[in-house]
Design a protein. Structure first.
Length: 536
């Protein structure tokens, strides 16, 4: 039987748009059916917006790509109808262990508290993730949603205009032109869109090579992230081990800069390295072997008129921290509700500038974390290495040294501090729910809070009165009334009220807090709504 990445999931089919005398006009065109492009398209289609995804390929991606998917993207994927299959198939994990030389120096738990629907992380091959997204597109199509994927449609030229974008597209049957009111460029790290528009992409290339081997083996390692600094089986370098579904394990071995990549990739050189790590007797089979170098960089701006960049086309990080696809999904979560409001005429086009502000902030946070991890893992001077090793030694016995160890700060949601869409904090409640934060989950009887939020503006009241609906500037904000008395775990109180007896939150469609106060104040919340849609 063919594996999922060998099957054309969106094969080329001739489209009527290829035959029109004048180019057809579409509301939104997305370039790229990778995880980010598909997530964007699903989000828009769920809101009823016509969206066409163009991809130069017809299959999900193959090879060693993303495996670690974090809690926040899983919560977003729940809203997009793909969270459950991901969690069902994925390997769930919360614990990581750090080794130095031949000894474990400490372990950590990424989700030390209860009361969340989703785990800190799952491991899942990227091709499964993309498959579930394509299945969701098919499901939406069956329900009549205006979404399509056109496989083997390669965008070869782009023209930008004040109120639309023109595209030239190559197919197996020739070329055709299309127009789009809005274009979302999710065409990956090498983004042809970025190049066609002559746009910048600045940052750092890290001078190191990593051998990534995905191997199929029966092994009894626990479901944890294991990271080694200077292990006996890869002296002077690092190593990482992760479990994936279907008995596949990801092994990542640092090789150094000055190597012969072709030689290192040959099985006769890879297998002895893996045996040194796993033991001579462990039986395994190689699924993929590749060598990667990493870059941490981003575009200066993610919005260029009617062209919006998201995912790897806009920013790139090293895989330490799993911030690539995870942050790309957060880009689309931030972008799509804003674009929807602009398309519906409910918000000014300038609301899209806040996408740029907020997600550039997110990308900078990711690049900073990713660069710091890479610097710690691959010290660039003898002095840095001596200091790094001293921290590792200390961390075995002293708690204070552990936060200094950096084997990859794993993806966490970005808080949009300083966003122009936030209202001033009038509650002085818990830090983690300040304006700009993504809402932490909490158990609600037989369900979870985040299942009640998202896709629309919500007024969350906790032991506070407010109207059931407020309408402001054509935006309908519905109330979700909760009480801490119904929450035996106290999670709602801890996460949303702190020392206060009551609280009222304005929550954006992407589940981020726009404003909060101890009680409902109609005038103030109307201001907050206008501010959150870029009208104040
Ligand atoms: C070794 C490795 C490990 C990683 N691990 C993780 C991890 O654990 N967690 C994580 O979150 N991320 C990880 N990543 C990063 C992750 O793989 C990427 O961030 C993610 O694939 C980006 O998705 P995207 O949709 O932006 O781009 P892509 O997945 O690159 O998709 C771009 C799409 O655009 C299409 N395209 C390109 N040009 C054109 C054109 N001209 N016309 C039409 N279509 C076009 C391509 O065919 C492709 O389908 C890892 C990456 C690597 C290399």
């Amino acid at each position: 039987m063919n594996k999922i990445f060998e099957v054309p999931l969106y094969p080329y089919a001739h489209h009527a748009d290829e035959d029109t005398a004048a180019p057809a006009r579409r509301k939104v065109v997305v370039i790229g059916a990778g995880p980010v492009g598909l997530a964007a398209a699903i989000d828009l289609a769920q809101q009823g917006t016509e969206v066409v995804v163009l991809d130069d390929n017809d299959k999900v991606s193959f090879g060693s790509r993303a495996i670690c998917f974090a809690k926040r993207p899983l919560e977003i994927l729940d809203r997009l109808g793909c969270g459950q299959p991901m969690v069902d198939k994925g390997v769930q994990w919360n614990v990581g262990k750090v080794f130095f030389d031949d000894r474990q120096v400490y372990d950590f738990n990424l989700l030390p508290e209860d009361g969340h629907k989703r785990p800190a992380f799952i491991n899942l091959q990227q091709y499964y993730f993309e498959e579930y997204l394509v299945k969701r597109v098919r499901e939406l199509q069956e329900q009549g949603a205006p979404i399509e994927i056109r496989g083997r449609n390669k965008v070869s030229a782009i023209g930008t205009h004040p109120d639309h974008v023109t595209l030239e597209i190559d197919t197996p049957e020739g070329s055709y032109n299309l127009e789009a009111d809005w274009l979302i460029a999710c065409d990956g790290a090498g983004s042809p869109t970025r190049q066609m528009l002559g746009l910048d992409f600045v940052g750092r290339v890290f001078e190191d090579n990593f051998l990534i081997a995905d191997v199929i083996m029966e092994a009894d390692f626990p479901t944890e992230r294991w990271f080694w600094f200077d292990p006996p089986f890869n002296k002077g370098q690092s190593a990482l081990l992760h479990k994936q579904p279907d008995g596949v394990w990801r092994i990542d071995l640092q090789l150094g800069w000055d190597i012969d990549k072709e030689r290192e990739k040959r099985p006769e050189n890879v297998i002895p390295r893996l045996k040194a790590m796993l033991g001579e007797d462990v039986k395994f089979e190689l699924e993929w072997v590749s060598i990667y170098t990493f870059q941490c960089r981003r575009m200066e701006q993610f919005r260029h008129g009617r062209v919006l960049f998201a995912g790897d086309s806009a920013h790139q990080v090293s895989p330490f921290g799993a911030r690539g696809a995870n942050s790309g999904v957060q880009d689309t979560d931030n972008l799509c509700w804003k674009l929807q409001l602009v398309i519906d005429g409910k918000a000014p086009e300038s609301l899209l500038d806040s996408y740029d502000v907020e997600r550039v902030h997110g990308a900078d946070e990711n690049i900073l974390n990713s660069s710091r991890s890479t610097d710690f893992i691959t010290p660039k001077s003898e002095m840095s290495r001596v200091l790094r090793d001293a921290v590792l030694d200390l961390s075995e016995h002293y708690e204070f040294a552990r936060p200094l160890v950096n084997s990859g700060r794993l993806s966490v949601p970005c808080t949009y501090d300083g966003s122009p869409l936030n209202s001033a904090d009038a509650l002085d409640g818990p830090e983690r729910t300040r304006p700009g934060s993504s809402c932490p989950d909490a158990p609600l009887g037989d369900g979870f809070l985040l299942d009640q939020l998202g896709g629309k503006f919500v007024l969350l009241t906790i032991d506070a009165d407010a109207p059931d609906v407020i309408e402001e500037q054509g935006i309908e904000v519905t109330r979700l009334a909760l009480s801490v008395k119904d929450d035996k775990t106290l999670a709602l109180k801890d996460r949303y009220l702190g020392k206060h007896e009551s609280g009222v939150y304005l929550i954006r469609p992407d589940q981020h807090v726009a404003a909060r106060r101890p009680s409902f104040d109609e005038n103030q919340f109307r201001h907050a709504i206008r501010r959150a849609i870029g009208k104040e």
